[in-house]
Design a protein around this ligand. Structure first.
Ligand code: DC
Length: 458
C-alpha cells in the first residue's frame, strides 16, 4: 500500500485546489472523487432520468463505465470512453451530483474504483467520506472546512472569472443546500473521521494549508517506511530463527522388535552383564529412570569403548548406537562386533541428514537409541560442549531423552576399575515447549541435555 491522504470536507472548502497543490509537492496522484459522482449525475441527466427516482438511477449503472486517467498528472474522467472533465463543472451537475450521491447503489458502484486506485499508489483523495468509509486506514486524514460565507465568496469569484452570471446569494443558498444534503443523507454522510485533523481554512492562506498537509504526509511516510523496515526485519529474523529445520514426525506407532533378536538379546545381556560385573567394580544409580520400552534416546558422556555396553546392560530393549564412521573401517572383527551391538555409522561434520532419518527409523522400529553428543571420547572425564544431533532427533521424533553419566577415574578402563553409571530423569521435549524442530528449540533442548549429563558426572 502506498501513502494515502484522505481529504474530506464540505463543498467549496478548497479541497480540490489544496489537493492538487499538495499532490504536486509530494509527487502523489490527486484523486478527485467528486468528479466520479458528477460524472454519474451527468450520465443520468443525459439519459433523461428522474433524479429523485433512486431505482431509475440505480438501473442505469449497469451500462455506465467510468474510468479515471491521468494526463500530465491531471485527472480526466471518461464516461463510457468520453472525456467529460469540463462538462461536469456546471451548477446543474453540482446539484444533481449531490442528489445521486445519496443513493446507496451509486456509492457502492464507485467504492471499488476509489479503493483500487488508492491500493497501488501514493495518493491524495478528496471527497466527503474518504476518511470514514473509502479509506478508513489512510495514514493521513484531513477534514478541511471554512465558513459557508467564505466558501460562497470563493466560488462566486471563480464562477465570475468563467463568465458565469450566478449571484453571490444564489451561490450561498446553493452551498447551504448541498451542505445540508451531504451531511444529512443516510449513507456515508459528510462527517469528520475521529482520527482526522481539522483544518479551518476560513482565514488561512492556501500555502499554509498545503504546508500543513505536506508535513503530515512526510511524517506519515517516514513512519510507514520505518514500520515496513521493522516488519521486514522481524519477518527475516522469524524465518531465520524459527523456521523448522525438519518436519516433526512423532513416533506414534512403535513396532515390535523382531522376537528372534529380542530373544537373543535377552540371553546375551545377562551373560555380558555377568562378565562386566566381575571384570569391573560396576554400579548403577537412577535405574528407576530407565524405561522398559523402546523408542527412547539415551544421551551419554563418552569415556571409553565400553560405554555402549555400560548403557545397554540395563535396557530391556535393544539399543542402536550412532557411531563415527571411522570405527567401521578398523578390523573386520571390530566392525562385526559394533554392528552386532547395534551401531550405525555417522559421517561427522557434514550435516548428514540421512543419519537423522536412520535414527528415527531405529526409534520407530521399537529400539532405543544411544548417542554420545560430544562426538568423541573425553580422556579427562570433563564433559564437552555437545552437538545438536541428539536434540534435533528428539525434537523431530518428539521422544524422551534419558541423560546418562559414566564415571570412572583415570584415562583407561582396566580390571577392577570402579565404574558408576548414573541415569538421570527423562527429558521430555514437549514439556519444555519444544513441539517443533526450530533452531531455537534445538538449542534449548541441547542445553538441557548437556546440563543434565554434567550433573550426572561427578
Ligand atoms: O467535491 P464535489 O463538489 O466535486 O462533489 C460533488 C458531489 O458529490 C457533492 O455534492 C458531494 C458528492 N460527493 C460525495 O458524496 N462523496 C464524495 N466522496 C465526493 C463527492
Amino acid at each position: 500500500m502506498g501513502i494515502n491522504i484522505a481529504l474530506d470536507g464540505p463543498s467549496g472548502a478548497g479541497k480540490s485546489t489544496i489537493a492538487r497543490l499538495t499532490a504536486q509537492r509530494l509527487g502523489f496522484i490527486y484523486v478527485d472523487t467528486g468528479a466520479l459522482y458528477r460524472s454519474t449525475a451527468l450520465y443520468a441527466i443525459a439519459k433523461g432520468a428522474d433524479l429523485d427516482d433512486n431505482k431509475q438511477i440505480a438501473d442505469l449503472l449497469s451500462d455506465l463505465k467510468l474510468d479515471l486517467t491521468y494526463i500530465n498528472s491531471v485527472q480526466a474522467v471518461l464516461v463510457n470512453g468520453e472525456d467529460v472533465s469540463d462538462k461536469i463543472r456546471t451548477p446543474e451537475v453540482s446539484m444533481a451530483a449531490s442528489k445521486v450521491s445519496a443513493i446507496p447503489e451509486v456509492r457502492a458502484f464507485l467504492l471499488d474504483t476509489q479503493r483500487n486506485i488508492a491500493k497501488e499508489n501514493d495518493i491524495i483523495m478528496d471527497g466527503r467520506d474518504i476518511g470514514t468509509v473509502v479509506l478508513p486506514d489512510a495514514q493521513v486524514k484531513i477534514f478541511l472546512t471554512a465558513s459557508a460565507e467564505e466558501r460562497a465568496s470563493r466560488r462566486f469569484k471563480e464562477l465570475q472569472e468563467k463568465g458565469d452570471a450566478s449571484s453571490y446569494e444564489e451561490i450561498l443558498a446553493d452551498i447551504n443546500k448541498r451542505d445540508y444534503n451531504d451531511s444529512h443523507r443516510e449513507i456515508a454522510p459528510l462527517k469528520q473521521a475521529d482520527d482526522a485533523v481539522l483544518v479551518d481554512s476560513t482565514s488561512m492562506k492556501i500555502d499554509e494549508v498545503v504546508e500543513k498537509i505536506v508535513s503530515l504526509a512526510q511524517k506519515a511516510k517516514s513512519e510507514t517506511i520505518k514500520k515496513n523496515d521493522d516488519e521486514a526485519v522481524k519477518k527475516k529474523e522469524h524465518s531465520r530463527t524459527d523456521k523448522s529445520l525438519m518436519e516433526t514426525r512423532p513416533i506414534t506407532k512403535m513396532h515390535k522388535i523382531n522376537p528372534v533378536r529380542q530373544f537373543f538379546y535377552g540371553i546375551v545381556r545377562p551373560f555380558v552383564r555377568f562378565i562386566f560385573k566381575r571384570w569391573f567394580v560396576l554400579s548403577y544409580e537412577g535405574l528407576e529412570n530407565v524405561p522398559n520400552d523402546g523408542g527412547n534416546i539415551f544421551a551419554s558422556n563418552h569415556r571409553s569403548y565400553g560405554d555402549p555396553v555400560f548403557i545397554a546392560l540395563n535396557a530391556r530393549v535393544p539399543i542402536s548406537y550412532m557411531a563415527k564412521e571411522e570405527l567401521f573401517k578398523q578390523n573386520i572383527f571390530f566392525t562385526w562386533l559394533i554392528k552386532f551391538w547395534g551401531a550405525f555409522p555417522v559421517v561427522r561434520g557434514t550435516g548428514d541428514t540421512a543419519v537423522i532419518d536412520t535414527s528415527i527409523e531405529k526409534l520407530e522400529s521399537g529400539r532405543n537409541l544411544a548417542i554420545f553428543p560430544e562426538g568423541t571420547r573425553s580422556k579427562t572425564g570433563e564433559v564437552g560442549k555437545g552437538k545438536n544431533g541428539v536434540a534435533l532427533i528428539a525434537a523431530v521424533a518428539q521422544t524422551k531423552i534419558i541423560p546418562v553419566g559414566i564415571n570412572f577415574e583415570g584415562e583407561k578402563l582396566c580390571r577392577k576399575k570402579r565404574i558408576i553409571v548414573r541415569y538421570g530423569k527423562p527429558i521430555i521435549p514437549s514439556e519444555l515447549g519444544v513441539t517443533e524442530a526450530s533452531p531455537k528449540n534445538v538449542k534449548k533442548l541441547k542445553k538441557e541435555v548437556m546440563t543434565a549429563i554434567k550433573e550426572l558426572v561427578h
